[in-house]
Ligand binder design. Structure first.
Ligand code: SF4
Ligand code: SF4
Length: 284
């Protein structure tokens, strides 16, 4: 097959096929923390958005007030980048429901979603990458690339004067890529609110083939957030306020959860039992 037929519909159909066939989306007896989670499916089929690798927003993300100069644009990841594809995998109702009643830490199913779920996404996106390769399409998955790194003051990114002890970030952002690709806008808790809500995980792939970008149905970065403050009240660490989220406080809490639930970790209380959990607030 040649590049000409790798149009949107074909890509979407193959994403669906891979979702149905890719192993790891169900909690196995071997991995299960407790009997209740055996056989629980982690994700629903993904929402998919297409964006242009040339979108000017990617350059804007290099501003230290947005992400920072360490952010790598699609062309930096892959010089012949043409299109960015972002996928949002919503957690299943079982996973979300399990976390709704939690107040001081994540449910067992959520812990699996965060850890085994992330492993599943890596397997999924590798399969997608293999499929693209068979079509003659070159691709790059930032989170699987050896150049992908977190910004940790003192350890790396030392060439950037604006990296401080409190800098928190990576050289690629799944949520910011999803924003470009039309999947949704940010919330006060800094998660991305999609038409299927915020509770789920994102992954993206950059390809060297031009695919028409999806139109963004929003113009402001917080268009879908009602500013209701429910996430502020849900956060057990006090990391969210009317001014937004303090990533360092959240990160400290996640570390604590990691110690309690090793080898798993997670929280996600700000993503469940809130109006933006499974939809855009105010919409059906
Ligand atoms: S809970 Fe309310 S304030 Fe927080 S992100 Fe969701 S819609 Fe926005
Ligand atoms: S901001 Fe962090 S600590 Fe607070 S509820 Fe969300 S994930 Fe948990």
């Amino acid at each position: 097959m040649q590049k000409e037929i790798t149009h949107k519909q074909l890509i979407r159909e193959n994403m669906k096929r891979i979702f149905e066939q890719c192993p790891g989306n169900r909690i196995s007896e071997k991995d299960a923390i407790c009997p209740e989670v055996i056989g629980v499916d982690l994700f629903e089929a993904p929402l998919v958005g297409f964006g242009s690798a040339y979108d000017s927003l990617f350059e804007q993300y290099k501003d230290e007030k947005v992400i920072g100069p360490w952010f790598m644009t699609p062309m930096k990841w892959m010089p012949d980048a043409k299109t960015v594809i972002s996928l949002f995998f919503p957690f299943t109702e079982v996973v979300k429901k399990s976390n709704r009643n939690c107040v001081d830490g994540p449910s067992p199913a959520w812990l699996h979603g965060r850890v085994e779920g992330q492993n599943y996404l890596a397997t999924y996106i590798r399969r997608l990458q293999e499929w693209f390769s068979v079509q003659g399409v070159k691709s790059c998955v930032p989170i699987l690339d050896t150049r992908y790194q977190k910004v940790v003051a003192g350890n790396n990114m030392t060439e950037y004067f604006c990296v401080s002890e409190t800098t928190f970030g990576c050289n690629w952002s799944e949520r910011h890529a999803a924003y470009v690709c039309g999947l949704g806008t940010f919330g006060l808790s800094k998660g991305l609110i999609t038409e299927k809500g915020m509770a789920g995980r994102f992954v993206s792939i950059i390809i060297d083939t031009e695919i028409e970008a999806d139109a963004r149905q929003y113009s402001g970065i917080y268009d879908y957030c009602s500013q209701c403050g429910a996430c502020v009240r849900r956060c057990p660490a006090g990391a969210i306020s009317a001014q937004g989220k303090n990533h360092n406080i959240c990160n400290e809490w996640l570390k604590k959860m990691g110690e309690l639930h090793a080898p798993r970790y997670g929280c996600g209380l700000c993503q469940t039992r809130v109006p933006c959990e499974s939809r855009i607030p105010g919409r059906k």
